[in-house]
Design a protein around this ligand. Sequence first.
Ligand code: SF4
Length: 355
Amino acid sequence: MFTSLYIHVPFCEKKCSYCSFYSVVEKNKIDSWLENLEIEARLYKHEPRIKIKTLYIGGGTPTVLKISHWRELLRIINENFDLYYLKEATAEANPNSLTQELINFFLKNKFTRVSLGVQSLNDYELKILGRIHDSKIALCAMELVKASGLFLSCDLIFAIPGQTLRTWAKSLKTVIKFADHVSTYQLTLEPDTPLGQELNNQDLNESGYKFYRYAQYYLPQKNFLQYEISNFAPEGKECRHNIAYWTQADVIALGPSAVSYVNGVRYKNPELLEKYFSPDLIEREELSPREREIEKIILALRTKWGLNRSELLPEAKKILDSLPQDLFIKSGNRIALSPRGMRLGNSIWCELIGL
Ligand code: SF4
């Protein structure tokens, strides 16, 4: 059995003003988090051990961990899972805490990618987001990864208050000089965040449209093809770990707030630093065969590969047929979203979710 493994590192230097992910700033709790992580990982220890094909260390900010923590983390993973067949290993990083020492550690330990939270290369926008790095630090971090030979993926955010098409274009243009993969996300204002409260939870959807459209226009010209709603990469450099989510493959996720998907059942760990894996605290959601089918359609339509029309439920087929046909690309029996369809993806999911 092959699966993907995600580890949530719930620590950050400081909370960014828009962030609603589960992370804390108390780094003195890293040791007890690792102890709990080991107990959770042992629950998956079988003989033979589960074979991991993709590994993703995300957060939070994994690069706040010291090398000694990273060693401990890899010991825990190696003792409980089989990494022999590993095809891809990603470490998420923030520009201010990514060091040459960490890069050397990644190189020595089978990591293949670094996913860097650049977010913007405009200092004013970074300030609005409450990031602790500035554009110079982000550039240094990108150079560091590029020079190492590891694949570099950069996250960028659009629809930041005050952002213009010019600053967005500049961030994109600079990032692709270094990156092998770009993920673009629209800023969403969550009510429980300082930025959400400050801006009264405005809906930025409309203001985001032009930025997204520009990314769709610009990046493919530079050979960064849109292979998923938020992701662009040259052919062959797509993120395999994320493809596991979009194809409903099994993903074991460890750590507080982590969400696993195994055999059609979703398990969500609570947002707690300790004992978050106690069975009575984990939310369990078993999808019915029909829910799995609908989810499969929605996930497949997020990607450029789409799906075979014969895999569509008759009701889903009817809905897709009733929508403007320029939202789709059809080739042979396959159907996928066109760039316009990707822009209007949310409305299409709303139609399908109600099935
Ligand atoms: S670094 Fe990432 S996870 Fe941490 S607070 Fe900022 S956005 Fe949230």
